[in-house]
Write a protein that binds this ligand. Structure first.
Ligand code: ADP
Length: 431
C-alpha cells in the first residue's frame, strides 16, 4: 500500500476525462460509454444512477483499473492510471468468500495480500470484524451466515485494504430489505464518523432512494449510448429520513431526471430507417402496459411514480420501459416524478379487448418504424416481405440490437393485428 501523501481538500482524487468505451467493431460496434467526464473530490460520496445497461459497472471497472477505456484519460491524484488502481477497492453485489475459511481467516487473507505482517493480522482482523458489527462470529463459516452477514464480511475484507477510494457496485441489491437497510446504516456510520481511512466513495446503484439516502452527489446516466445526462447534489443532513418531504422532493426530482425526459416530437417518435436515428422501442410487455393503465385509472389518474413502483412491487428497472411505452403511445405523461393518465390512456383502460387493439393499432402507426414496415408490406404484391430486408434497413441504426428491435416491432404489430411473422418462410406479412 503506497503511503498516503497529504492531499489538499480541493484537489481531485479522481478525474475522468472524455472516457469512451466501445465493444466489438465495424457494424457490430457498440458504445457502452460515451464522453464521460467526472471528478471526485476527497470527502465525497458519489452515487451513479441509471437503468440497467447504461454502463455503470463498466465505469466502475474502469476507475478501479479492472477494465480499460477505449479512449480518454483516468487521472488518479492527478496522474494517469495505468493498470489496476492500487488505491481503490471494489465491493460487488455478492461477495465471494472462501467457504473453507472462517470469517476471521477470510479477513486475514485480505490483510496478508496487503502485506500486513502475520503477528498483527489477527488483531487487525478482529477489529475489522467488530467494526462491521460481526463480533462473536469470527470463527463462523460463510455457510453459517445470512446473506447480510456475508456481505458484511465482504465489507470487512474491502476495509482491510484501507482503500482511499471505495467503489461499491450495487452492494445492497442482493440482500433482503431489512439487512440492506441495516448495512447501509452501518456503512454510513463508519463513513461519517471517519472510522475508516476511505477518502471517497463511489457507489453504483439503480435504487434512487438508496442514492438519496447515502450520497452527496448523484450522477445520472442513461443508455444507448451510456452517458451522463444529469448531476445533482444532495444537501440533506445525516442521518437522512426517507419520510421527510425534503427527501421525497429530491427523490421526485431524480425520478423526473431519469424518466421524464421530454424530447422534441421528431426525436420522440424517431425517424424512418436510413433517415437518421430510428427510435428504439422499449422492452415493455404490452400486457403490463394495460395493467399499468388500469391501475393508474383506479388510483385516480395521477400517482407518484416512485411510490407507485413500490406499491405494485415492481422494480423501477422493469416499470420504466412500460412507462416509456405508455408515453410513446400517448397514454401517460410523466412530469416531476408523477405519472399521469392522459384522456387517451383512460379511454384505453376502459375499452374492451377489441377496442384496445384498434386504439393500439392507431397509436403505433404514428411511430415511423411501424408505419414504414406496414407500408412496405402494403406495397408488395403478395403483401409479404423477407425479414432480412427489414434487418438490412434497420442495421445502420441499431447495430447488434437490430434483431431484437425488429422482433419487438413485430410483437407490437402482431398485438395490433397489423402484421405478423411467418416462421416457415421467414417473412413478414400483412394481417
Ligand atoms: P450497467 O452496470 O449499467 O447495467 P454495464 O456496464 O454492465 O451496465 O453494461 C453496459 C453495456 O455494455 C451493456 O449493454 C452490456 O451489455 C455491454 N457490455 C458490458 N460488458 C461487455 C462485454 N464484455 N462485451 C460486450 N458488451 C458488453
Amino acid at each position: 500500500m503506497p503511503a498516503m501523501a497529504a492531499l489538499p481538500e480541493s484537489a481531485e482524487l479522481l478525474e475522468l476525462r472524455s472516457i469512451y468505451k466501445t465493444y466489438g467493431s465495424g457494424e457490430r460496434k457498440f458504445t457502452a460509454l460515451q464522453d464521460i467526464n467526472l471528478q471526485i473530490r476527497p470527502g465525497e460520496f458519489v452515487a451513479i444512477l441509471g437503468p440497467s445497461g447504461c454502463g455503470k459497472s463498466t465505469l466502475l471497472r474502469i476507475v478501479t483499473g479492472l477494465n480499460s477505456a477505449s479512449s480518454g484519460t483516468v487521472l488518479y491524484r492527478g496522474k494517469p492510471l495505468t493498470g489496476i488502481n492500487p488505491h481503490a477497492t471494489i465491493v460487488f453485489q455478492t461477495f465471494a468468500l472462501y467457504p473453507w475459511l472462517t470469517v476471521q481467516e477470510n479477513v486475514e487473507l485480505a490483510l496478508k495480500a496487503r502485506g500486513v505482517p502475520p503477528e498483527s493480522r489477527q488483531s487487525r482482523a478482529i477489529k475489522l470484524i467488530d467494526t462491521v458489527g460481526l463480533d462473536g462470529f469470527e470463527s463462523a463459516y460463510p455457510r453459517e451466515l445470512s446473506g447480510g452477514m456475508r456481505q458484511k464480511v465482504g465489507f470487512a475484507r474491502a476495509m482491510a485494504v484501507e482503500p482511499e477510494l471505495l467503489c461499491l457496485d450495487e452492494p445492497f441489491s442482493a440482500l433482503d430489505v431489512l439487512s440492506a437497510e441495516a448495512l447501509r446504516g452501518e456503512l454510513m456510520e463508519l463513513w461519517l464518523n471517519k472510522s475508516i481511512p476511505t477518502r471517497a466513495i463511489q457507489m453504483v446503484t439503480h435504487n434512487i432512494e438508496e442514492a438519496v439516502f447515502m450520497a452527496d452527489r448523484l450522477i445520472i446516466m442513461d443508455k444507448d449510448p451510456g452517458r451522463i445526462v444529469a448531476e445533482m447534489s444532495v444537501e440533506l443532513r445525516h442521518p437522512r429520513q426517507r419520510k421527510d418531504t425534503a427527501f421525497q422532493a429530491i427523490v421526485d426530482r431524480v425520478y423526473a431526471a431519469v424518466a421524464g425526459k421530454t424530447l422534441p416530437d421528431a426525436e420522440e417518435l424517431g425517424q424512418v430507417p436510413g433517415k437518421g436515428m430510428t427510435r428504439r422501442l422499449p422492452v415493455a410487455r404490452l400486457n403490463a402496459l394495460a395493467g399499468l393503465l388500469e391501475k393508474l385509472s383506479a388510483e385516480g389518474g395521477r400517482v407518484d411514480i416512485y411510490r407507485f413502483a413500490a406499491d405494485i412491487q415492481m422494480e423501477l428497472d422493469d416499470l420504466l420501459p412500460v412507462v416509456e411505452a405508455g408515453e410513446l403511445l400517448g397514454f401517460v405523461h410523466v412530469q416531476e416524478g408523477d405519472l399521469q393518465l392522459t384522456p387517451l390512456g383512460l379511454a384505453y383502460a376502459e375499452a374492451s379487448v377489441l377496442g384496445r387493439k384498434e386504439m393500439f393499432a392507431g397509436r403505433i402507426l404514428r411511430l415511423p418504424v411501424i408505419s414504414w414496415i406496414y407500408e412496405t408490406l402494403q406495397q408488395d404484391d403478395n403483401q409479404r416481405v423477407a425479414r432480412q430486408y427489414f434487418l438490412d434497413k434497420l442495421r445502420p441504426d441499431f447495430h447488434d440490437r437490430t434483431e431484437k428491435q425488429l422482433e419487438r416491432a413485430i410483437n407490437w404489430g402482431r398485438f395490433a393485428e397489423l402484421f405478423a411473422f411467418d416462421n416457415d418462410t421467414d417473412e413478414l406479412y400483412l394481417e
